[in-house]
Design a protein around this ligand. Structure first.
Ligand code: ATR
Length: 278
């Protein structure tokens, strides 16, 4: 990569940040579209977060992605935050313009775009969605499903209080059930989403009986390591359409790349293979 005095700069801020796949992903697009720019990992301790953002804006950075554990802090650090990020309670994308920091959250967009690309026949408004988990990822997923017209979101989490808090914050047609009822709540659903860490490499498996899930229901997992989780394999074996979680990561990156570098990038099979070959 050859840079110039005009190179457009962006990056990902987190602590730690070495695990982030974003530099590889954005680096692929920069090369693919021939952009004079760079996207770099920026390890920043939480205590230095706000001053680091101001300094990056001062240095001419076009913006940054924000990752754990700074997504909630980014809400306060920005000069302006869009309504979706405010509702979710987290910012993952910052655009820097004339020294101002504009925050948004593209995780829900990434989630929906991944399903639209991977399962074009799925209609969010056609049937209730079942969402397992109530962490940060679940907030973005539930908000996106409500905005897409889901008639009901059934939310189940091991810690019921967290699900209640999420439902209270987001409002709308969110119905909380006990974690123990997860198999029964699949009745009549059009979508099942795992946003818990269950099934991730090194974590316990997700224990869920799928027999009540209608045959045409779409199943997706935001876990992408492994790519083919036990949940997706079991759903596929029962004939359900399935979409893996890698696409959410790839699609959430699109709005930032376009805002910083001026090209609307595409998520392709080649990009998926490149990010996976890490
Ligand atoms: P993220 O922000 O990435 O969603 P998180 O806030 O750590 O991550 O949330 C992880 C989710 O996985 C939570 O819903 C968590 O349930 P709790 O709220 O009860 O902690 C869920 N989870 C993690 N381990 C679990 C387990 N062994 N059984 C059931 N749910 C689990």
């Amino acid at each position: 990569m050859i840079l110039s005095g005009e190179s457009k700069l962006a990056g990902v801020v987190g602590w730690p940040v070495a695990h982030s796949r974003s530099p590889r992903l954005h680096g692929y697009w920069l090369k693919r579209y021939g952009v004079d720019g760079a996207y770099v990992p920026l390890p920043v301790k939480p205590a230095a977060f706000e001053s680091a953002l101001r300094l990056l804006a001062e240095l001419g950075f076009r913006g940054v992605n924000v990752t754990v554990p700074l997504k909630a802090a980014a809400l306060d650090a920005c000069d302006r935050v869009d309504p979706t990020a405010r509702r979710i309670g987290a910012v993952n994308t910052i655009v820097m313009k004339g020294g101002r920091l504009e925050g948004s959250n593209t995780d829900g967009f990434g989630f929906l775009e991944n399903l639209r690309q991977g399962a074009p026949g799925w209609r969010p408004a056609a049937a209730p969605a079942v969402v397992l988990g109530a962490g940060g990822a679940a907030r973005a997923v539930v908000a996106a499903l409500l905005d897409a017209g889901a008639p009901q979101v059934r939310l189940l989490n091991r810690t019921a209080a967290r699900a209640e808090a999420l439902a209270g914050d987001l409002g709308g047609a969110v119905e909380v059930s006990d974690w123990a009822e997860r198999a029964e709540r699949l009745d009549g659903a059009g979508l099942l989403v795992n946003t818990t860490s269950l099934g991730m490499t090194g974590q316990p498996p997700l224990d869920l009986e799928l027999s009540r899930l209608p045959a045409e229901a779409l199943v997706t997992d935001i876990v992408y390591a492994p790519l083919d989780t036990a949940l997706l394999a079991a759903a596929r074996a029962r004939g359900h359409p399935v979409v893996d979680g890698l696409g959410m990561l790839l699609h959430q990156a699109r709005p930032g790349f376009e805002a910083w570098f001026g090209v609307a990038p595409e998520v392709t099979a080649e990009l998926r293979a490149f990010v996976l070959s890490d």
